[in-house]
Each structure stands twice: as structure tokens, then as C-alpha cells.
Design a protein around this ligand. Structure first.
Ligand code: NAP
Ligand code: GLV
Length: 311
């Protein structure tokens, strides 16, 4: 079995070593573009993150691309042969990180820790009136691997929680909304909006003025999916006009976020550097290795991407 490793911004050696341990006898190498006139070494499968088109064009015998992330939007922008399967990570230690990040952000707003931070700077001892949990409903866009874990974690803190997805969900204690026709009702029922949608042609720019302005007054946005879901200026306008009270943003249209971008210094915005749920090497290698074994055993594997649907 031959595997090419082609992951942008990733130190290859520890991954190659971990795959060699998990799949003894595997021939795995870090891909480098072949020098002109030299026949490329062809792999059966590839482990990838944001590979260049030249990798796909050169590697003509690939059966499966194993993406070392949950989102496959960067892969689907490439020109891919119809026969090539894309397999995404299913959780692999990401959902608990996402639950930590989102619960932290929601609780920070609910308990007004952002105000206590300022009070400490001014040495002010001042209680804030406890808010009603019933007045703090959270809407989670996307109820897949990550969204459903986040929604259930928020429910543990007794917030009212709604989810929005394409297909109806039956998650204990949560209200499920589906499709564009139920989006307005879902937004009107949300004080905090958490975005965990994949980036697809249907979801790009979904966090725009028309949708965000339907949230309850004094709303908060927590975007942990992709920057291209948000229309940046629409968010800034709604924050400046006071309809929205704050935003916690982990992902951006351009990453790293350019130094001149208004988000950096906006008083109502918290910026983190695409870190809400990191790919964990040990869990990811174990998951991909077990999927590769399942492929050879002719078994079903989770995480096969539907290229038409886009996730
Ligand atoms: P997933 O399991 O594929 O879940 C996607 C969810 O979105 C599903 O519930 C799906 O509905 C829903 N959905 C998709 N298109 C929709 C549409 N047009 N209308 C309504 N609902 C729609 O994905 P996941 O593993 O939870 O990951 C979600 C995203 O998180 C990834 O794509 C990635 O962009 C992002 N992410 C970010 C980080 C980070 O560090 N910031 C880390 C990991 C992942 P159905 O259930 O009905 O299909
Ligand atoms: C990270 O953003 C991922 O999609 O896994």
C-alpha cells in the first residue's frame, strides 16, 4: 500500500512516523513535485490538507483522499477526478474542543465576564444583575458531528438550545429547525448564534445583514466554521448600530487575519487564530489508519464526502 502525504503548513515527519507505526509495512512519503522528465512515484491513497492542483494532476492512481480536517471546502475547489473519494475527519478529538470553545464564549457573554474584565482594570467592585437563562436562547447552525456535540454541551448548562440543519434532528431537549423556510423562525428564536455549517455554495455569505438582523436584539455571534460564511461589513454595521452586542470569531475570509482588518480592534469583537478545534495527530492517524484498513476489508467507512452536496 502506497500513501502520499501532502499537507500544507504541517510538519510531515511526526505524521509519517505515526502512520508507519499504525500501518506497519506501509510505504508513506511526503510528496514533492517530480522534477521535469522524472516519472512521479504514484500512491494509492493520500493524506492531505489543502493540496495544490498539481498534486491531484500528478497522482493519477489515487483512490482516496483522507483530509486531516473536518471541512473539505479547500479540497472541493480543486478539479478532482469523479472516481476519487474524499474522506473527512469525523470528530477525532475535535468535538470536545469545539464544545469547550463555544461554551466558554457563550458563558462569557451570559455571565458578563467581558464587563468584569474592564471593571478589574478600573479597580471597580460592581455586581451585575444575573441574567435569565430563558432570555439567552442559543441557536446552533449545523447539527452534524460538531454542531450536535456543541448543542448538547450547551444544554448541560440549561440554556434553551435550537439547531438548524438540512434534515430534521431528534436530539433530546433540543428543538430542530430545517431548511431555508424555517431559518427565519430559528433566527428569531436566537439570542446567540453559533455557526458550525460547512462552507458550500448554499452556505457562503449566510451570515449577512438580512439574516443577522433577524436575531433577537442584543445578539451575539460565535463563528467557528469558516470566514466566508460572514459578510464582514454587515456584521460590523450591526454591531455598530447596536442590534448586535458582540461576536467571537475564530475563522476569517483571509487567514491569518490581515493586520489592517477592522475586526482586530473592534471593541465588540473577540478574535482567535482558527484554533477552536485543532486537528490532533494521534487521534487523526488512528482514525485514518482504521478507515484504510476498513477500505481493504471492503467495509463501510464514515466520513465519505458527497461532492455534489459539498460536505
Ligand atoms: P458535518 O458533520 O458535515 O455537519 C454539517 C451540518 O451542517 C449538518 O448538520 C448539515 O445538515 C448542516 N448543513 C449543511 N449544509 C446545510 C444547509 N445548506 N442548510 C442547513 N444545514 C446545512 O460537519 P462537522 O464535522 O460538524 O463540521 C462543520 C464545520 O466546522 C466544518 O465543515 C468546518 O468548516 C468547521 N470546522 C472548523 C474548525 C475550527 O477550528 N474552526 C474545526 C473543525 C471544523 P444535515 O445534518 O441535515 O446534513
Ligand atoms: C478545521 O478548520 C477543520 O475543518 O478541521
Amino acid at each position: 500500500m502506497k500513501i502520499a502525504f501532502c499537507c500544507t503548513n504541517t510538519k510531515a515527519e511526526p505524521w509519517l512516523e505515526a502512520f508507519r507505526q499504525a500501518l506497519p509495512g506501509v510505504d508513506i512519503w511526503e510528496w514533492q513535485a517530480a522534477t521535469p522528465g522524472q516519472a512521479p512515484k504514484l500512491a494509492d491513497h493520500a493524506v492531505v490538507w489543502s493540496p495544490p492542483q498539481s498534486f491531484i494532476d500528478e497522482q493519477t492512481q489515487l483512490q482516496n483522499l483522507f483530509n486531516i480536517g473536518a471541512g473539505v471546502d479547500a479540497l472541493l475547489k480543486l478539479n478532482l477526478p469523479a472516481s476519487l473519494n474524499i474522506v473527512r475527519l469525523n470528530d477525532a478529538g475535535m468535538s470536545v474542543q469545539m464544545a469547550e470553545y463555544v461554551c466558554h464564549a457563550v458563558i462569557r457573554y451570559f455571565r458578563e465576564f467581558n464587563h468584569y474584565d474592564k471593571d478589574q482594570i478600573e479597580q471597580r467592585w460592581s455586581y451585575r444583575k444575573p441574567a435569565w437563562r430563558a432570555d439567552f436562547p442559543v441557536g446552533v447552525l449545523g447539527a452534524g458531528v460538531l454542531g450536535s456535540k456543541v448543542a448538547q454541551a450547551l444544554k448541560q448548562f440549561e440554556f434553551p438550545v435550537n439547531v438548524w440543519s438540512r434534515s430534521p434532528k431528534q436530539l433530546p431537549g433540543l428543538t430542530s429547525y430545517t431548511g431555508l423556510e424555517q431559518l427565519p423562525a430559528f433566527l428569531k428564536a436566537s439570542k446567540v448564534l453559533v455557526n458550525l455549517l460547512p462552507l458550500t455554495p448554499d452556505t457562503e455569505n449566510i451570515l449577512n445583514h438580512a439574516h443577522l438582523s433577524q436575531l433577537q436584539a442584543g445578539a451575539y455571534l460565535i463563528n467557528v466554521a469558516r470566514g466566508k460564511h460572514v459578510v464582514d461589513q454587515d456584521l460590523i454595521d450591526l454591531l455598530d448600530q447596536g442590534h448586535m452586542a458582540g461576536a467571537t470569531l475564530d475563522v476569517f475570509r483571509v487567514e491569518p487575519l490581515p493586520p489592517e482588518h477592522a475586526f482586530w480592534k473592534h471593541p465588540k469583537i473577540v478574535v482567535t487564530p482558527h484554533t477552536s478545534a485543532r486537528t490532533l495527530r494521534e487521534e487523526s492517524v488512528a482514525q485514518i489508519a482504521s478507515k484504510i484498513k476498513a477500505v481493504y476489508a471492503g467495509q463501510f467507512i464514515e466520513g465519505r464526502v458527497d461532492k455534489v452536496r459539498g460536505y
